[in-house]
Design a protein around this ligand. Structure first.
Ligand code: 8YV
Length: 325
């Protein structure tokens, strides 16, 4: 296959395309440096002549390069994904066609882990709810109800990758007992491995979901796992909405089968089911990595991957499946 790096001629217009909205400063750089072509939201409206020009797509986890779009780009060579999660991109097709895929690990780990801690603290201590109580003027007539102690609780981490480990380290600083579930125990960590998600939920005060999204984890946190948390247990999700059976979660909350939930991600973002908007649920609009510093670092890493590819240099952060390409 020809590669950008094989040619000394300037990049033809339309070679670099954008799928979905991106951070403003990233869009600007792509426009200034590559006269980026914005792909239509509806792939059926993509002009085949334009599609044939595209050799690189820059996207985010929100949009990705799904199967139909990838199939419509016959000369695609690389997808650079702004975000660590790339479940919206058809990586199997990319591997089969020799298309590179990169993402932005590490740079967002701290902010996403901070968000998980914020959600954990909030579901136990109900700071958000108590602030609403104050703003509504209700303190004049009553004190806010007592809440639950987070320090010293048992935190179950589902998935112990970079973000899961960063969450565990932070929770350990709150004297929490850390348990985790992964397919295989992780070497060199001081925490107890628990064989199944149900068992992890049963033994934890709060279950934190930190596995990647995608087919392999879809619905992993099902009704049985949620119920295993018990009436005093909380669920926190900073990973992907697809990992949790949202209907089962709603049923467990409405039935008083669990104590509450803290969610940064949802099954059909930005749509949040009305029935999830409850006082015992802390809801965030997918802000896990949303700080100036982290989004800047994600932008820079996205561009570093694109530039490295164009220069024929090794990719800084290919997704793990690329070892098969
Ligand atoms: C990003 C995320 O904000 O990195 C991820 O996987 O979920 C977030 O940090 C998102 O991908 C950007 O669309």
């Amino acid at each position: 296959m020809t590669n950008f790096a094989d040619t000394t001629s300037p990049l033809a217009p339309g070679s670099v395309a954008q799928a979905g909205p991106l951070l403003g400063s990233l869009e600007k750089t792509l426009q200034d440096e590559y006269s980026v072509m914005r792909l239509p939201d509806d792939v059926a409206t993509l002009d085949p002549a334009d599609a044939a020009k595209v050799r690189a797509v820059v996207t985010s986890g929100r949009n990705g390069v799904p199967s139909a779009l990838m199939a419509a780009l016959p000369n695609l060579e690389i997808v650079t994904n702004f975000g660590v999660g790339y479940d919206t991109t058809d990586v199997a097709q990319a591997v089969a066609r020799g298309i590179q895929v990169t993402h932005t690990p590490d740079v967002l780990t701290d902010c996403v882990a901070d968000t998980a801690l914020g959600l954990m603290l909030d579901v136990f201590r109900r700071f958000g709810a108590s602030e609403r109580f104050l703003r509504e003027g209700r303190w004049e007539s009553a004190g806010f109800p007592l809440t639950r102690r987070f320090s010293g609780s048992t935190v179950g981490v589902l998935g112990l990758g970079r973000i899961g480990q960063a969450i565990a380290r932070r929770a350990a600083a709150f004297d929490a007992t850390i348990l985790y579930t992964t397919r295989r125990p992780v070497d060199d960590v001081p925490w107890e491995h628990v064989a199944s998600a149900v068992e992890l939920a049963r033994r934890s005060d709060v279950l934190v979901v930190a596995v990647p999204g995608g087919a392999a984890t879809e619905g992993l946190v099902d009704a049985q796992v949620i119920r295993a948390l018990g009436q005093d247990g909380f669920l926190v999700n900073i990973a992907r909405g697809s990992v949790v059976d949202e209907d089962a979660l709603i049923a467990a909350l409405e039935g008083g089968e669990i104590a509450g939930a803290g969610l940064d991600v949802f099954a059909h973002e930005p749509h949040v089911p009305e029935r999830l908007i409850r006082d015992d649920v802390t809801l965030l609009p997918h802000v896990g990595s949303g700080t100036h510093e982290t989004r800047r670092d994600m932008r820079d890493l996205t561009l570093a991957n694109l530039r490295a590819y164009l220069a024929g240099e090794p990719l800084p952060t290919p997704v793990p499946e690329m070892s098969a390409v």
